[in-house]
Design a protein. Sequence first.
Length: 397
Amino acid sequence: MSGGGDGRHLKPATRLVQGGRRKEWTGPVVNPPVWRASTHLYETDAERQAAGHSNADGQFFYGRRGAPTQWALAEALTAIEPGAHGTVLYPSGVAAIAGIMLAVLKPGDRLLMSDNAYDPTRSMATGLLARLGVTTSFFDPRDPDAFRALLADGGVKAVWLESPGSLTFEMTDVPLLARLAREHGAVSICDNTWASPLGFAALEQGCDIVMMSLSKHVGGHSDLMMGSASAGQRWYTALRSVSQELGQVVSPDDAALAARGLRTMGVRLAAQTAAALKVAGWLEVQPQVAEVFCPMLPSHGGHAIWRRDFTGGCGLFSFVLASDDPAASARVADALALFGIGYSWGGYESLALPITPHTYREAMACPCAGRPALRLSIGLEDPDDLIADLAGALKLV
Ligand SMILES: *Cc1c(COP(=O)(O)O)cnc(C)c1O
């Protein structure tokens, strides 16, 4: 859904509130109603034919192209993504990743992928994409020279970036790698789920396509699955057309929930970032903790990049226990009372997850190197209560 140019002079917090709330979609109420629709009705057959031919954004046609509830969410996401012409919605973050890959790549193409990309993104490259004749090389996202060498081999159609990376949170110099990709005629794609556009303006920093799992911060309440991809005009048009060919559509009920989450995403992210920094800083000095991977901490190897390129953080980080017992991470997770054990993140409630990132690395050494490690998603609880909970659990290490 294309967002047009309105509201771009407003600050991000204001755009979060205003985006997508067109009068013709909301009527006299604040939020766009839930338009449940497969069939759209026309006054005349001539109107039906015109709608079919135009295929324009915001055009009533048939349920698979959405209705105002989905259009309003897409437009609000475009409004907070500097440099975006439009946003396509998908039924999950992984569906967004697949939609992007299929819009950009064809048999015979080469893909370069950051070695710390989200695990299902990696599996898509080595599974689905490999079966379609796309070859993927993984690279260490902290090593621009190795990246340059891979590009120089030729034939690279696209570059997949994710910063900070999943589970181990290494930072990437995205502006540099995106520029190198462009110089070699490759499309750069960024999974920006961690920071959201409030924390990192990926398109403005040089990427061609940016995606998010809306199941995380945007939903924010652990009750929906959705994904999005935003881009400038050329790639937006390609993404939209492939998403229509694939028959991708999101339910209006979920779109309304996601839009509701989006309105408070700024304050939630700010609170979760501050709380995560407090918890991470505390963990860092505990004798049972060997290392904390949180880019907002000054001790983090990628902190300078985070300071330079990012305008915000997130509640998600991980840490390694000072123990060589692989079962120690599960003992800690089981002992926590305020942290749920589960996948996903970015909700209002805190989560703890034992992780084994070394099983998903091939181009770089894993900083956990088989040691027990946990990922925390810090929610909206008081950080002092979370710290007390962690202090009790760490006694079992
Ligand atoms: C969760 C996640 C995804 C996938 O999103 P789903 O909505 O769960 O399909 C993609 N990238 C990152 C970084 C994620 O954390």
